[in-house]
Design a protein around this ligand. Sequence first.
Ligand code: HEM
Length: 335
Amino acid sequence: MNASAELLDVPTRIANFPFPFAKDSYRYSTNVEPAGTPARTAAGEWGKHTIEIDENYHHELAERTRILASDASRYQSLPHMMPAQWDAMISIMRMLAESYPDSMSLERDGTAWIWRNGLLDTEQRFVVGDLGTLPIDPLRFATNQIQEDVVLLDQREGQLWGDAGVVTFAADWSLRFDVGMSFLQIHGPVPRVHAEGIVSRAQSFLMRLEPGERYRRTNWTLTVDGKLDTSTETYPQWGPDRTSLAQGPLEDVGDRLFLRVEVQHLIRLATSGSIMFLIRSYLLPLRDIASVPVWAQRLHAVLDDLPEDMADYKGITKTRGPAMEWLRAHAGVGS
Ligand code: HEM
């Protein structure tokens, strides 16, 4: 049986999952690679499109709308970021139209543009720079079309600054807290990366990106009950889940605990010169991870090997033990 025939039976949520580990050990690094080419995994592939639309499209957009309605601070933009917002919106629409030509298009009509999104059954005519031609700010409008969170970074004084964003699915951080901070300040809480020069190397790399250049990287953690909104703001709603998982029955772990992987794209916007940071979050329960034996083995090895300070920062000190125990009991790991 060849590889593609083998893949026929794999559900798309597993086949397209960006399993992030290439080795049995995980440490921080400036892990960036050029975007746009599919990355193979043991179950399939991911990364063909910079912006990915999947079967959760309508559900995740509804989640974003609900979260923004209950907490408007998930959208932040310093006043000088409006040109970058327009630039980001056009760039997002172009990528969508290129990747999904059957349902999306962006056309020019004199000084105006016409955006069509057949999946949402919407059409919007607008003039770049004229806020009156959009129902909401450009970055808000753009993030109503995609599952990705977006941060826009201004480049000035030899540094990058996180000066705008729409972030509804943060993994234990807060855009409201971070807005206006430098790239180095934003990464302040992360252990190891400062002493090892990872953050300053990443910033130098990003500052050298040419207009239109796109790179990508992944990041990961463990999340209980598949919640996308694990922002600092809603900690009381999701923080106790870690304890309840650790104290609950082992049988529940396969369905309650998820490997959360972020696919992050880094793109230099051509007109404003800002960097657009797209964060797409994928969640797969351990039960699905267990259906791909090499993933189960590898996740177990990575969790087992992860140093305490990194596990602590990722918020998985309570859940990694149950994760490993469940993988040993139900995924044949270690046998
Ligand atoms: C090559 C580029 C980058 C590298 C190598 C990098 C590296 C990292 C690492 C290693 C972490 C810790 C993650 C974890 O253990 O879960 C982190 C967290 C984070 N990164 Fe980055 N990052 C990059 C780009 C960016 C960009 C462009 C932003 C945009 C604002 C950003 C915002 C953040 C935030 C908000 C956190 C969480 C910090 C907190 O706990 O408050 N990163 N990053």
